[in-house]
Design a protein around this ligand. Structure first.
Ligand SMILES: Cc1ncc(COP(=O)(O)O)c(C=O)c1O
Length: 404
């Protein structure tokens, strides 16, 4: 018998046991806020984090604790913290390392909410930042300042699917004693394990692939035990950003199928990316599974699969891009990703609208860029939908665009 379970088995069994009282296999939902202790000494030890246990709902509950242990094991970290959204995870992770007067280096194309937090809220607390191209490690190192305290990356990035070399970045940062924080949302632990590659902290929007059903907002931070304990007490607890028991229960339920879902997201996305790349009306396709992707070789070594997100630029630009998504009949226009349904969005006017146009262009988020979160439907049906929308656009503006 193997002593170490594989990822697919861990996703189902890790940290979960039948309820000792009832034998129930599905996770018990514990909504209690308050917990009783046998004596004052035990209560004090739990509050201090010296003994495992929960003491007040704002600092965690037994259902979210089960989930935290599972996520920590899947990511290969010492501990994990479940919080109320992906943005709660990102802001807590950054505030866990940064204080007034500190500086953080951030890869240049990050999720719009991360950009907004760094550019509008963090400066109010005296935190400085620089966006750098982390595909170029030398320029990243040159941007390190004496007050730099962390490096924050997202790979693959949203929405350009830029792949960063987590191992190389982590190694370079170790020489400067800089912790590396990685947003692993697009991959899920099924496809990429940043801590094994040398990173220090992983953050997730569990709203996406981890829950996978579009009905929960949640986030996770994974890292060293003392880092997580500090974030639990001083950030999540004091800011009141906890994950509630009901949402933790739904995630534990949704996660049982994560390995299967992620596999199908990847195979569908590969087919859609290849179809789009071969279409005469598409200018560029961004998908790490395509040979044309600039970091395709790196993606093959760092990731177990290429993920479910495909971005592309339609010939023409903004107007054509918007017309195209308006013509889709199966795929829905929506802000989220990682759901069973195929979702499309226009980053310039939707998820990344908080980034001024000039800055967006520097990050490669052009006006015509469309992001597709490829769902779990039949791949031919998704392709058929894009085909009919592209044909409608093509016949409407054939002469105008094809000559460009
Ligand atoms: C890569 C990435 N990180 C973080 C977030 C934020 O997650 P949430 O909406 O759960 O706060 C998102 C949301 O789309 C995202 O795409």
């Amino acid at each position: 018998m193997k002593t170490e379970w594989s990822m697919d088995t861990k996703i189902i069994h890790e940290s979960q046991f039948p309820d000792p009282q009832t034998g129930a296999i599905s996770q018990t939902l514990v909504p209690a806020v308050a917990y009783a202790f046998p004596d004052a000494e035990t209560a004090a030890a739990v509050v201090a984090g010296e003994e495992e246990g929960v003491y007040y709902g704002r600092y965690g509950n037994p259902t979210s604790r089960t989930l935290e242990k599972k996520i920590a094991a899947l990511e290969g970290g010492e501990d994990a913290l479940g919080v109320s959204s992906g943005m709660a995870a990102i802001s807590i992770a950054l505030l866990g390392f940064l204080k007034h007067g500190d500086h953080v280096l951030v890869t240049k194309d990050v999720y719009g909410g991360t950009y907004s937090f760094l550019t509008s809220l963090a400066p109010r607390f005296g935190i400085e930042f620089d966006f750098v191209d982390c595909t170029d490690i030398d320029s990243m190192i040159k941007a390190i300042r004496p007050n730099t305290r962390a490096v924050y990356i997202e790979t693959p990035s949203n929405p350009r699917l830029t792949i960063l070399d987590i191992g190389q970045i982590s190694e370079a940062c170790k020489a400067y004693q800089l912790p590396v924080i990685v947003d692993n949302t697009f991959m899920s632990p099924c496809l990429q394990k940043p801590l094994e590659l040398g990173a220090d902290v992983v953050v997730h929007s569990a709203t996406k692939y981890i829950n996978g059903h579009g009905d929960v907002l949640a986030g996770f931070i994974v890292g060293k035990k003392d880092t997580i304990q500090f974030m639990r007490k001083k950030l999540m607890g004091d800011l009141g950003q906890n994950l509630n028991a009901w949402d933790a229960f739904l995630i534990l339920r949704g996660m049982k199928t994560m390995a299967l879902r992620v596999e199908r997201h990847c195979s569908n996305a590969q087919k859609i990316a290849e179809y789009l790349e071969s279409h005469p009306f598409i200018d560029k396709v961004f998908y790490p599974g395509l040979k044309s992707h600039p970091q395709h070789e790196l993606a093959k070594t760092q990731m177990k699969g290429m993920g479910g997100i495909v971005s592309f630029e339609v010939k023409g630009g903004l107007i054509e891009g918007k017309k195209l998504i308006n013509s889709l009949q199966l795929a829905m226009i929506s802000f989220s990703l990682g759901d069973p349904e195929t979702l499309v969005q226009h980053p310039a006017s939707m998820t990344h609208a908080s980034i001024p146009q000039e800055e967006r262009m520097k990050f490669g988020i052009t006006d015509g860029l469309i992001r597709v979160s490829v769902g779990l439907e039949d791949a031919d049906d998704i392709i058929g939908d894009f085909d009919q929308a592209l044909s409608a656009l093509f016949s409407a503006s054939e002469t105008k665009i094809i000559t460009k």
